[in-house]
Design a binder for this molecule. Structure first.
Ligand code: SF4
Length: 494
């Protein structure tokens, strides 16, 4: 019997893309492919991102390296999908004619057929659809984590932020029906997950397609009823559409975690107007106040763009003012750079690179200072840490384990007496007292206060046993083990 063809999926960009990659893996495995365990896969799939800076340079650089492998290895195939593929289409083949398949954001499920067709016909296949034919969540999914999963509630976006390429690449917002979403959440829980992140470009407008403006709050409450689901997170909300019913649903649903990622983008009302973001800084800060009133320990994170066209020193000072007031736990900070195809790309008054750099450094310094301060306030608190895999890069050296607190803060903790058969497994929950703070993580070096072995930990054990044929004695420190990071991560750009 022929050995099954192996694949590797490389993902660039946001959580949407990471989740799409889970679907790509699912579709490939359903078609008989297996994930490569070495660095010589038969098929490499690059799931691209058009949002981040220099995305095309990165892609073409990467494809340049693969040209040699393509020449040297018989049967090796390269597929390029995702946002950049949706945007560049056949340009990809003009620039890198050794690519075998180009597919878009709307036809992830066609990948195995396109690979097969390309192999059979001996020529490249390009298939880009303008609209979604099957909601991506109905595709088979191979989840990266046993204890946490992502569920799409919508795709596309009806907003027109002038810096953003998403509306033109992902199309208008399409909402999944609540019943379908809840069924998927239930299926994840049945498989052992105890945490779910609901995903959409703009989760607060969820329901617009079927005419229910309160649909997102209702969805949070309904998900909170699912037995066994302990942690619900969501990303991303939009300040313009963030209504009090959602804050109520967050506060009144035990499983919704005390955490909110709320993109600010700029603190200047003038710049927000130019970005075509319809909230203003006062409204933004008002939302944060109301969230903190109802959920006092909520960790609020954000996205900020520095150097949007026309941003003056006064505008930037407004961003610093809002950042000071907002007391974000952390921030993704971006330097504005031109994205061809977006309205902002052709705006006059593009800010010189060195000015953007200098403002960016001031913003990062301020936010790092606030993050550290906010983290110091956690010292002495008790946190329930959901043990994860792959997030503690130095765990082996420091003899700690790593996981996420309820508010999604990263916690490295000493397992103390929890070793051997008592060691916590990924997916188990360890209660710790925070003993030290750093700008981007917390440390808990005292003896853990408790360990709760969960269904997710059992599922991790089962997955280990399935993948290597022996029951695992679990240790969350196993670097590069077969289960990789599944929790949504917060990254602080510096
Ligand atoms: S809300 Fe704005 S930034 Fe977010 S996806 Fe829609 S257009 Fe892009």
């Amino acid at each position: 019997m022929l050995a099954p063809r192996t694949y590797e999926v490389k993902t660039f960009g946001c959580q949407m893309n990471v989740h799409d990659s889970e679907r790509l893996r699912g579709s490939l495995e359903e078609a008989g492919y297996v994930e490569a365990v070495d660095d010589a896969p038969d098929v490499i799939v690059i799931n691209t991102c058009a949002v981040r800076e220099n995305a095309d340079q990165k892609l073409y650089g990467h494809l340049g390296h693969l040209a040699r492998t393509k020449r040297e290895r018989e049967g090796f195939q390269i597929a390029v999908g995702g946002c950049l593929a949706q945007k560049d289409r056949s340009t990809i083949l003009e620039k890198a004619p050794w690519v075998d398949v180009v597919f878009g954001t709307h036809n992830l499920g066609s990948l195995p057929a396109l690979l097969e067709r390309s192999r059979h016909n001996g020529e490249a296949e390009v298939e880009i659809l303008e609209a979604l034919e099957v909601f991506p969540s109905t595709l088979p999914t191979k989840r990266e984590s046993t204890y946490a999963g992502w569920v799409s509630i919508s795709v596309g976006c009806n907003n027109t932020c002038t810096f953003c390429i998403v509306p033109s690449l992902r199309g208008k917002e399409r909402d999944r029906r609540p019943g379908e979403i809840l069924a998927e959440v239930q299926a994840l829980v049945d498989d052992g997950a105890i945490e779910v992140t609901l995903l959409g470009q703009n989760v607060n407008s969820y329901g617009v397609e079927f005419g229910d403006r309160l649909a997102f709050g209702k969805l949070l409450r309904a998900a909170g009823e699912i037995d066994g689901l302990e942690r619900i997170r969501f990303t991303s909300p939009h300040p313009a559409a963030f209504t009090d019913d959602v804050i109520d649903a967050m506060a009144e649903t035990d499983a919704v975690m005390p955490q909110l990622h709320m993109p600010l983008q700029s603190g200047s009302d003038r710049v927000l107007r130019a970005m075509r973001r319809s909230y203003r800084s006062a409204k933004f800060l008002g939302i944060l106040d109301r969230v903190r009133e109802r959920i006092p320990h909520a960790a609020i994170t954000t996205d900020i763009i520095v150097g949007f066209p026309g941003e003056t020193e006064e505008d930037f000072a407004e961003t610093l003012r809002v950042v000071e007031q907002a007391r974000f736990a952390s921030a993704f900070t971006f330097q504005y750079s031109i994205r061809p195809g977006t309205p902002a790309a052709t705006m006059p008054d593009q800010v010189p690179k060195e000015v953007v750099q200098e403002r960016f450094e001031r913003l990062v310094a301020l936010q790092d200072h606030i993050s550290f301060d906010e983290n110091r306030r956690q010292v002495g608190r008790t946190a329930e840490v959901l043990v994860s895999v792959g997030e503690g890069k130095k765990d082996a050296e420091t003899h700690r384990l790593t996981g996420r607190a309820e508010d999604n803060r990263l916690v490295h903790f000493s397992p103390g007496g929890l070793t051997g058969a008592d060691a916590p497994r990924p997916g188990d929950v360890v209660t710790v007292e925070i003993t030290h703070a750093a700008p981007f993580h917390l440390i808990a070096d005292a003896e853990p206060l408790g360990l709760r072995r969960t269904r997710a930990g059992d599922a991790w054990d089962r997955a280990q046993a399935d993948s290597c044929g022996v029951p695992a004695t679990a240790s969350a420190t196993a670097p590069g083990g077969p289960v990789s990071l599944g929790l949504p991560t917060l990254r602080v750009a510096g």
